[in-house]
Ligand binder design. Sequence first.
Ligand code: MG
Length: 283
Amino acid sequence: MKIGSLTVDGVRRAGLVHAAEQSITLLDTTVDDVVRGGPTGARGEVLPLSQVRLESPVHRFNRDVLCTGWNYLDHFEESKGKREGQGPTEMPLHPTFFTKGPDTVIGPFDDIAYDPALSQKWDYEAEIAMVIGRDGRSIPEEKALDHVFGFLVANDVSQRDLQRAHGGQWLKGKSIDATMPLGPWITTPDEVDLAGMQVQCEVNGVLLQNASSAQMAFSFARIISELSRGMTLRAGDVVLTGTPSGIGSAREPQIFPRDGDVVVTRVSGLGELRNTVTLTELS
Ligand code: MG
């Protein structure tokens, strides 16, 4: 199942996405309710995808978006010596975790807010995200995937100078409003090839990130297992799983998207996000 979110006549609705037919069947419920175990409801009108504007599939956040850092070895290596003396020099033995505020979240085709007065170093990070579908704490790795409702695409847009300026932390620089596209819909695990997803990011048509989920240092199951140790994960929680190499700040010369640039974030089997970086007064 692929399930997306849209607003029809002022009411937020879920829809079953038929990617091959490029259509969506409206449902008498919301994605937030379905993720939490609610029924998918009665089927309604079928609309062409080209005639609707999909929104972030998730709207009701239990808490911050949970995120994984350095989960692709090549990304860890590319940033070595470029973290301005901050951060470890050896790949950690456990996943690195941090969070992003829910106000970062935008829809799959919305503009990414950009304010050069706030940061000169807006960067992109294509990632696979998971939505938790069943509550659990200290979840064993072998049962971890039973807690996943589905997978979707995210871009963990970051402001590198804000990360550095405030002590090498991961709050400022990861939580600027309206900067993280999420979507375009949620694909349930039965339709996902866990080790065969290709994660890509393009800026203005130039492919800058391109890696397989098989290159992840910590598996989806390991992330859930370690993250949930002593800490309850709840249905509706969103978990990002890390970005591969190719980020703008690690390139020579560096690439930092600016006003008008088009960022496409794509994961094979999950769909793509298409967002324009757009001047927005945030400061
Ligand atoms: Mg990231």
